[in-house]
Unconditional design. Structure first.
Length: 236
């Protein structure tokens, strides 16, 4: 049987659409599900998203890969854990995440941390920087073109935009990434495929099924998964 990997784009605190998408993928034993990060912030229920993911990974016949996004990195930094730009977290959607834990968004970090279940803190701290699979490299934001892989920084993997989006790169893999929202999946083969389709802004939540390159998408507020082949080329 052909191995399958489903990569899922930025969720940003929207558990209902995530549940619909997971239910509609038809996952079978041996499949891998790789999330490219940004589970939290901006949307109404960051806590609900992490609860859902912790429940989903109880299914042990599926391989679960959870990458770190810039929003998780900011959150950890805000809480005094290893991360970056924690001082910017609340202003970049973190206030919505804090409220989902039943805490005032103006609360001190120690109060926010105390409101978060230990399982959620462990989940955030165990997120991975990247994942490789069958000729694909999965990261949250992208890579710095022209820089060897071993010298790629967290700043680039979690935050890079224009310098990655507008240029080819020398990596041997096609890069699957989120971070930069668009109305459509970005297709720039053989270099990159961008799967953040702006769910939290009223767009859709996207999963790409590999190796067949089929898109599975749920629109904001809907409970139906639509499927279509990956288009040959769409630039943002």
């Amino acid at each position: 049987m052909i191995e399958r990997l489903f990569a899922i784009g930025d969720i940003h605190g929207n558990p209902a659409e995530l549940q619909t998408l997971l239910d509609g993928l038809g996952l079978t034993a041996g499949d891998v599900v790789c999330f490219v990060g940004d589970y939290i912030d901006r949307g109404p229920d960051s806590k609900g998203v992490i609860d859902l993911l912790l429940g989903a990974r109880q299914r042990t016949d599926i391989g679960w890969v959870f990458l770190k996004g810039n929003h998780e990195d900011m959150c950890l930094s805000f809480l005094g854990r290893p991360g970056n730009w924690g001082e910017s977290w609340l202003a970049n959607g973190g206030a919505a995440a804090v409220r989902s834990y039943g805490v005032d968004a103006r609360s001190e970090p120690v109060v926010v941390e105390a409101a978060m279940p230990e399982s959620h803190l462990e989940f955030l701290q165990q997120l991975q920087r990247f994942h490789r699979w069958d000729g694909y490299l999965f990261v949250h934001a992208g890579i710095r073109p022209g820089v060897p892989w071993e010298r790629q920084s967290d700043e680039d993997l979690f935050w890079i935009r224009e310098d990655f989006l507008g240029r080819p790169h020398g990596m041997p893999e096609t890069i699957i990434f989120g971070h930069t929202p668009g109305r459509h999946v970005m297709v720039d083969l053989p270099y990159k495929i961008g799967i953040d389709t702006g769910l939290v802004y009223g767009g859709v939540l996207t999963a790409i099924e590999l190796p067949d390159r089929v898109l599975h998408q749920v629109a904001k507020g809907k409970r139906q998964v639509r499927r279509r082949p990956l288009p040959p080329s769409i630039r943002r």
